[in-house]
Design a protein around this ligand. Sequence first.
Ligand code: CA
Length: 709
Amino acid sequence: MPKFTPKSFLLAWCAAAPLLLTACSGDRAPTAATPTATVAALPDTEWTTYGLDAAETRYSPLAQITASNVGDLGLAWSFDTGEVRGHEATPLIVDGVMYATRPWSSVFALDARSGKLLWNYDPQVDKSMGWKACCDVVNRGVAYYDNKVFVGALDGRLIALDAKTGQVVWETLTVDQGEPYTITGAPRIADGKVLIGNGGAELGTRGYLSAYDAQTGAQAWRFWVVPGNPAQGFENPDVERAAATWFGKWWEVGGGGTPWDSIVYDPDLRLVYVGTGNGSPWSHELRSEGKGDNLYLSSIVALKVDDGRLAWYYQVNPADNWDYTVVQPLMLANLSINGVLRKVIMQAPKNGFFYVLDRETGRLLSADPYSKVTWASGIDLESGRPIETPQARYGAAVAMVTPGPGGAHSWHPMSFNPNTGLVYLPTTQGSSFAYSVEQNFVYKPGTWNTGVTFGTLQGLPRLNAEQYRPGAGPERDAPGALVAWDPIARQPRWVVDYPFAINGGTLSTAGNLVFQGGADGILRAFTADSGDLVWMADLGVGIMAPPVTYALDGTQYLAVLVGWGGASGLIGKSAAGTFKGEGRLWTFKLGGDKNIVPVEGQPMHELSEISFDDNPELLARGADIYGKRCMVCHGANAVSGGSLADLRYALPATYDILDNIVRQGAYSGLGMPNLGKWVSEDDLKALKNWLLSRRAAEMAAVQQAAQRQ
Ligand code: CA
């Protein structure tokens, strides 16, 4: 078993006592003035691509800010984005200008020294299509190339902007807007081409990656992750080969595989590496009659940059059955393994194992659990295939499987520090999901089509305890952890536990530091070699995006975009206290302003009593409709994750117009879809009644808590 060095005690204590923040950072971080001599010698160092360098290591050689002086960090400047919801972007810094994106894909350019707004570009995404985004209307940033800034808009457009002015140079539609495709990922540049994927596998789409000429916007090539209808012919032999691993009529339900995040280019090998998404529907039984590996779902694929044709593939999860995407960040490194220097690619996909592959051949070198997993007991290094446990292939009976669809790690970037040899990985520990195949599944356009039962599991058969087999990986008490993974020793060197399941991406630096934001709105710095907490700042709103660092005019800056949302901000409350609020870009430097005023959270409405009918049948019907039509955005049991309205706290007037909102599209401009096709008038009455019962339960809980005080 790997040896852990938990730092949870200190962290929990500090996190629980925000007023003692100074004491926390002060205890651990003696402040030291920055020597002026080294300041003058610091060359300008910017952040020009998504993952900092071509290998996407997010390791900065900057060392003006160190583990011993980090306590002297203070505010350099901040910029309010004017948007709520999830802020996931990595800002780029090029020629003294910072480029970043907000929710709904708008782009802003700031003077990276002062934070002054230089230009703003809003692609005017039609907000009535926000429902297509499974996991919030987020955007993870832009690409920069040859005086142009490229952004993928939520509605599927790829747009090139003049970096100086923000004016559109060209734009092209990368998807059929009649289908539920979205773009949330940052484009990447490879050999003069702009690469962009798409999302939408939950709703029933066929995923692909496209390459466009960066100067003209002309399409160069397209890689189809999964085959379409064979009767219409195959686009190329790669697709034809994949089709031999599919059964049934998968094309009628999309197939999935949407590559919505990771793309890395190795200019030496001239290969583009892409992580592909989960199957659509999730259930392998419903998608492919329970037969075949379903290439190239849940895979790392290596594509030739000239024509997009396959060089090799490694399928992480053959016959995906759990929404186990492999779109998580890919990172390149050269590692000495058993005395041989290898060009490797590293990834920690949703399924809980950390993979190291030879990136020249696609051969698996190692795969080890970085969190508890129960779907597999290990990965066979000879065949490269997982050793699945019996419960992994669930049927009509409910089976608990770890990790669940949220995964043990999602898009949140990891970083790799060559000085320590460690990968700093944001993880979710021990999340599970009750999977069962939805009986009488029918594809419904415009809704989630996972083929898995959500919400009401009452009355379904369950696997009993004897039918479960243990999986692999460490069991941790904390719901989230920062894992410092040694990819050569194949185990963690240190772990920091978090009281929240989902936390931000990481940055590591030559100053022996790792920076990470938390769901609790606190930005933290740890020593890279040992995981000691050395600095923290309360920014008030949950942090998802990874910090970046850059140097201009002899000053090293640390910047992070803050704003809570994403899947976790929609579906589950994973942080205590206030974390919803307007987005802000924070930038720090040594000797900056120590008076850091957190963003003020948004107060909830007052609760007032509205009567409801406690008829059990009516309540059950309301709960069922909520589970099928509302839960994935408004949260399990109507408890909001913080990004969208907590329906229990709605104003009484809002309940009066619920029919207009749900069945007639009154709020479609805010991203609330018109569900008129799927929710009848009687359904709405049951739904409203159930929501009011949840409101009453919340009122009772609030009153009880008040009496105890
Ligand atoms: Ca998915």
